[in-house]
Design a protein around this ligand. Sequence first.
Ligand code: ADP
Ligand code: MG
Length: 329
Amino acid sequence: ATPAATMVGTTIGAQNGVLFKGGDVLERAKDVDTVVFDKTGTLTRGEMELTDVVAFENGRPAADGGATAADGGQLAAPERHSEADVLRLAATAERGSEHPLARAIVEGARARDIEMGDPESFENVPGQGVRATVDGDDVLIGNRKLLADAGIDPSPVAETMERLEREGKTAMLVGRVPAGTEGVPAGTTGGELVGVVANADTVKPSAKEAVSALQARGVDVMMITGDNERTARAVAERVGISPSNVRAEVLPEDKSDAVEAIQNDGRKAMMVGDGVNDAPALAVAYVGCAIGSGTDVAIEAGDVTLMRDDPLDVVKAIRVSDATLAKIK
Ligand code: ADP
Ligand code: MG
């Protein structure tokens, strides 16, 4: 494009809340044949709300009474976890985290008048959850892998997790490894599952329309997320993305590889994302499109910034590119 056309396109984009970082990206956008959306904060509002707290005892929901002597269960001094205990542990552990999931748990605990302490130590496990020390115990909150790696078998709560995930919620396990049991081989720790908490997010109102406008143009629309397969598919279904186009349980460091794999088929992919997690994927994509309300790291890595939170602006970005280039032909 001529400098004049680039100037016009850039200006029209800016007036529509679409900031192109240069003439090349303005030219590239029209050739995008695949759009890969991050889920949380991009297709969804990213405003999580705590919806469920389930307490477990001896591998069963506490509401069932846990194991009882009547069904042969050894009442080997089970810790009695109430829902309030589960939430207090989870929220205390999450206090140091900036993750939207963590903030929702802390807010949810506050709204329920749960008293939270501060964790004695805290560690973020990216794409998996957090590990913290609370009252001297090692507390874990996150996905199945996080707990399994700590030697806590997540299978007793499989049904509860699956039910919540089919509702499109992000369900997280809460586990505890009592003080003094470190150093025991994995799989045999004295760790226990104390419960499950779940957060729900809402799909942005224009997400479905954006997906269908892209599809109508012949663009293949995909979704990528660190969230589990079931939750991801439930959200994909709501916005009209086919289940085979969902890449779930992708670790933060693997998001860019996933985008590269898509592009290795000769596709020209636009990655749309908001998080620190998404930055490498935004950088490797043919066009990286960052949500303006997202993190600075994502904005720096992208070629385009969407000033509004609106997925329809992805369509706008492509149309501005079309229009700019058409005029100068
Ligand atoms: P997304 O790609 O949806 O932004 P992440 O890659 O940040 O998700 O996280 C992937 C998964 O790891 C989450 O769905 C959740 O199960 C778990 N997880 C990540 N951070 C936390 C946290 N602070 N607390 C609990 N679970 C977490
Ligand atoms: Mg995100």
